[in-house]
Structure formats: structure tokens, C-alpha cells
Write a protein that binds this ligand. Structure first.
Ligand code: GTP
Length: 323
């Protein structure tokens, strides 16, 4: 069985503004690499041979970094939507670029998860499903696509963002489609996979299964979540083969300069060419490449944009500066 993949990375990332003004959400740095790299490695680790990046917003920024995928152990192609086609339209458009394959893994470009993709693929085959949704359990499902399962793990209902959720199982943003099922999504139209495709395919009798996996799951769509994801990767709460090798609970680029009496911890990332003066405390934060931090600063759970200068003595807590 041959498995291809599509990575949905075309959204505007409005909840992350102003971080996404110049950089699309999937290219923002998380644990020292663009977030998308974690997902590409996850696909490669599960034996996926080829991945198509479904791009739209700032599409031109992906290929210079990822190229043809050689460096990442997977073949990478690009499908650009001149005007955004939505999540379903993006899947349909990107599928045209895939080589022949039996099934397609679709990743939302903004989910960091520890779920076992190989096990999800096995589950999909074992159940002879046409679509398999990765599900996770949350306390409050109101903000998500909510799924009701039958005893055999078949999805009975799929309801996007509702006031009184029918269950606490949510769509966790990684789907497996049998290749030919994607042809049922209308071409060249704006389509939402969550609001239109899943409910419509269920109503049409397509067999949709739910694979429940309650390991680490985080939607990185807000600044607070993005900085948490980065720190969790560095402290090892979630593993990714894209996280650069490091020892301890921090990652400091070899080209950064940190005064010996400054402390860096709780999953902080100090990117290339950063300069940190004396007596600073950096905790759970991302300091973007080329930033200069004056002496006696305290920076906690925050993101400092590349090339930003922070004056001596500043206290920055849960803030995002320089974007
Ligand atoms: P917000 O505006 O903050 O909600 O973020 P977003 O634009 O990323 O939207 P959302 O979180 O709903 O998107 C989920 C995933 O689908 C993200 O990885 C997006 O990049 C991606 N996505 C959303 N809309 C499109 C689209 O029209 N085309 C493509 N190719 N991807 C999309």
C-alpha cells in the first residue's frame, strides 16, 4: 500500500497576528525550526513517501526552505492556490499533484501531536475505512469539530463548533482518505472539509472511522500556544525528530552569544546571532535570530521577533514583541 500526504498550510493565521504579518503560521519557528518541519518529519517517520504542501497565503516562502524534500527524507511538492480554496478545496487541488497512491494522510498545518500515525494507518486498513479521522478527548468541545462514535468506532455524526457538543471527542486535525474519495470533493471551489465535506460524505454513506489517541495534542494557532509548543518540544514533553539535538531544557544556537551569568531555561530557544547581555533570565521563550537583549532583562513565556532590540532592565511576560 502506498501512502501520500497533503499538508494544509494555506491559511492566513489571523489568530496569530501580528506574528503572521510577514511569515505564514507554518513557517514560524517552533523549537528552532519552521513548525511545518515537525509535521514533515512525522510523515516521513511513518513511511509516507511523498507530501504535497497546499499553500496560498505567502506561498512563495515555503519552497526556498523545503526544496524537493531531499534533506528531510521525503519527496516534497507544492500546490499553490491563487485564491484560497478552503481546507476541502485545498485537499482536492493538492491531490492532483500526488503520484499514484492508495491512501492520503492530510495534516492540518497547525497541530502538534504525539499521536501514532503508523497506528492510525493500521487502524484505517484493518477497518477497511474510506476515511479515518484522528480524534482526541477534550474537556470542552465547543470550539472544535465534535464527533459521535458508534461502538465499532465508526463515526455517526460530525458537527463543527456547536454550543452543546454531542461528545467530548474532537477532530484533532489529521485524516486518512482513500485516494479515490478525494475525487468526491468538488474541484476549483471553496470548500470546508470540516463544515461541508465530512458531514456530506457521512450523509452519502461513506465509511468514516474515528481513531482515538489521547497523547499530546496542541493547536498552535495562538501566540501563547505557539510558544508553549516550542518549550514542550525542547523540554521533551513531546518528541519530534525535527527538534535539533540539545542537552538540558534549552536550545542555544552555536552562533548566539549569552553572558555567563544569564540564565536560559524552561524550554527557551535562543536562535542564531542573538546577543544576550549579563544578568538576564529567559524562561519558556523564543528569542528570534539577530535579536539583542540588554542586561538585567527578564523574559518569560514570550516571543521576541528576529532582529529586535530589547533595552536593559525590561520585564516581558507573555508578550510578543517586534513583529
Ligand atoms: P486562523 O485564521 O487563525 O483561524 O488560522 P488559519 O488561517 O490557519 O485557519 P485554520 O486554523 O482554520 O486552518 C487550519 C489549517 O488549514 C491550517 O493549517 C491552515 O493553514 C489551513 N488552511 C486554512 N484555510 C486554507 C485554505 O484556504 N487553503 C489551504 N491550502 N490551507 C488552508
Amino acid at each position: 500500500m502506498k501512502t501520500g500526504a497533503i499538508l494544509l498550510v494555506g491559511g492566513m493565521g489571523t489568530r496569530l497576528l501580528p506574528l503572521t504579518l510577514k511569515t505564514p503560521k507554518p513557517m514560524l519557528q517552533v523549537a528552532g525550526v519552521p513548525f511545518t518541519e515537525h509535521q514533515i518529519r512525522k510523515a516521513a517517520d511513518a513511511g509516507v513517501s511523498e507530501i504535497v504542501l497546499a499553500t496560498s497565503y505567502k506561498a512563495e516562502l515555503f519552497e526556498p526552505y523545503f526544496g524537493n524534500g531531499e534533506k528531510f527524507g521525503i519527496k516534497i511538492k507544492y500546490a499553490v492556490e491563487k485564491t484560497a480554496l478552503g481546507t476541502g478545496g485545498g485537499i482536492r487541488n493538492a491531490a492532483a499533484a500526488l503520484d499514484k497512491c492508495d491512501q492520503v494522510v492530510v495534516f492540518n498545518g497547525d497541530v502538534l501531536s504525539g499521536h501514532d500515525l503508523s497506528a492510525q494507518l493500521d487502524f484505517h486498513r484493518k477497518n477497511k475505512a474510506e476515511i479515518t479521522l484522528y480524534l482526541t478527548k477534550v474537556l470542552d468541545a465547543r470550539a472544535f469539530g465534535c464527533v459521535e462514535l458508534a461502538a465499532n468506532d465508526q463515526v455517526k455524526t460530525f458537527l463543527e463548533k456547536m454550543e452543546n457538543p454531542v461528545s467530548n471527542l474532537i477532530n484533532a486535525g489529521c485524516y486518512i482518505f482513500n485516494r479515490q474519495v478525494i475525487e468526491k470533493i468538488p474541484a476549483n471551489q471553496v470548500v470546508s472539509v470540516e463544515r461541508q465535506t465530512f458531514p456530506e460524505l457521512l450523509a452519502a454513506g461513506i465509511s468514516v472511522f474515528g481513531y482515538l489517541d489521547n497523547s499530546y495534542w496542541l493547536d498552535i494557532g495562538t501566540p501563547a500556544a505557539l510558544v508553549k509548543a516550542s518549550a514542550d518540544l525542547i523540554t521533551g514533553q513531546i518528541k519530534s525528530s525535527a527538534t535539533p539535538k540539545h542537552s538540558g531544557d534549552y536550545l542555544i544556537s552555536p552562533t548566539a552569544s549569552v553572558a555567563s551569568n544569564s540564565s536560559i531555561n524552561n524550554g527557551s530557544v535562543i536562535e542564531s546571532e542573538v546577543y544576550i547581555e549579563s544578568n538576564c533570565q529567559i524562561s519558556g521563550s523564543i528569542i528570534g535570530s539577530g535579536a539583542k537583549i540588554g542586561s538585567n532583562c527578564r523574559i518569560t513565556d514570550s516571543i521576541i521577533a528576529p532582529n529586535t532590540q530589547i533595552e536593559a532592565g525590561m520585564v516581558v511576560i507573555g508578550n510578543y514583541l517586534g513583529f
